[in-house]
Design a binder for this molecule. Structure first.
Ligand code: UDP
Length: 367
């Protein structure tokens, strides 16, 4: 068997990105096979995104989730190697910065299959983040680097990666622009206790925040203080839920927690919110796209433009700084222009055009 593009996904944000690129590949008549590693696995973290976003079903689900980093990555490399040998793809497509991303890149290059990386060149310059390790590995193995703008391009160049860089914009911007009107039309939050007025939308799941008990306690303290002034709604990531249970901690009573929601419901929540508090990379950008100020519970961000333009403030796990940032933003929402930052909502079509020429080089040279 020979396939054009072998796409490997595994985690929630990758399903959202892949939904956009898969439909662009289809429009460009590029043959694609989708493999799900199973890194995220239940209905709320995986299946709902297939149902809602028109993502074609995965040809295989490897069901490799819930393991340590080493076990997960190792088992993924082994399983993906067999699939790549069997399918002989023209290119392997990976997204973002998870173990699934790095595992697929390692398996593919060792079989001399070129790797294309969507969201290449992102850096936090914090090597304690597992995601940063996955980014660096993947970028140094990939041949085609799809970047969201000039900043990640410069990061790649600074590391000696100078060819195969395509500035395409952010496929998450495409997703947000495509699905926000759908969310507005389809998702009603009426009847929910938090929907009556303005609220803050919260997500926390980065290991640096959930795995350090002192840091997690400080964040809960910050949320408790903010929620005295503004209702907070928090779709609770499974890792955060597990850590709270393990540590015998509880969310402040005033924080309304819900199970992880599908993308449409998430966009509806974002649309109705007045502020976002998060450590998610994707949500920092979505807040920016929708025009909500974002308070980021991290010491650094890959999405520096959101900070530079005044829409995002980094507060780490400092409860005082969290409260202050929320108060400032609610009193004086940012007003600077957001247009054109991270692309124009058509990144996925640019990715598909490049991949089309990789899969069928004759097509391109013949015009
Ligand atoms: N998201 C979602 N449901 C939720 C929480 C997040 O659909 O309950 C979406 C969010 O809007 C964004 C993506 O998932 O598009 C971000 O994923 P996550 O925060 O897990 O990963 P990161 O972006 O930090 O890598």
């Amino acid at each position: 068997m020979t396939v054009g593009v072998l796409s490997v996904v595994g985690a929630r944000p990758q399903l959202i990105k892949a939904a956009m690129v898969s439909s662009a590949l289809k429009r460009a008549a590029v043959d694609e096979m989708l493999i799900h590693t199973g890194q995220h696995y239940d209905d709320s973290m995986s299946d709902v995104f297939f149902r809602e976003l028109g993502l074609p079903g995965a040809a295989r689900n490897l069901e490799i989730g819930g393991l340590s980093h080493g076990a997960m990555t190792g088992r993924m490399i082994e399983a993906l190697e067999a699939i790549i040998e069997e399918t002989n793809p023209a290119v392997t497509l990976v997204y973002g910065d998870t173990n699934s991303t790095a595992a697929a890149a390692i398996a593919a290059v060792k079989l001399h299959v070129p790797v294309a990386h969507v969201e290449a060149g992102m850096r936090s310059f914090n090597r304690r983040m597992p995601e940063e390790i996955n980014r660096v590995i993947t970028d140094h193995l990939a041949s085609h680097h799809f970047v969201t703008g000039e900043t990640p391009k410069h990061h790649l160049e600074a590391e000696g990666i100078v060819s195969g860089i395509h500035v395409v914009g952010d496929v998450m911007r495409d997703a947000c622009e495509t699905f926000l009107p759908v969310a507005r039309a389809r998702v009603s939050l009426d009847g929910r206790s938090f929907a009556a007025g303005a609220f803050g939308l919260v997500t926390l799941h980065r290991p640096e925040n959930t795995d350090d008990p002192a840091q997690l306690r400080a964040l809960l303290d910050g949320l408790a203080r903010v929620s005295e002034e503004l209702p907070l709604v928090m779709p609770l990531h499974p890792r955060t839920k597990r850590r709270l249970t393990e540590l015998g901690l509880q969310l402040p009573a005033s924080v309304h927690s819900v199970a992880p929601v599908g993308y449409l419901e998430m966009l509806a929540l974002l649309d109705r919110s007045s502020i976002v508090i998060t450590d998610s990379g994707g949500l920092q950008k979505e807040a920016f796209y929708v025009g909500r100020p974002c308070v980021t519970a991290r010491g650094e961000t890959e999405w520096t433009e959101t900070v530079d333009l005044g829409w995002n403030r980094l507060v780490g796990a400092d409860p005082d700084a969290m409260l202050l940032a929320c108060r400032d933003f609610l009193a004086a929402p940012p007003a600077s222009a957001r247009d054109g930052v991270y692309g124009d909502g058509h990144a996925a079509d640019r990715v598909a055009a490049v991949l089309s020429s990789v899969v069928d080089p004759g097509e391109t040279s013949n015009g």
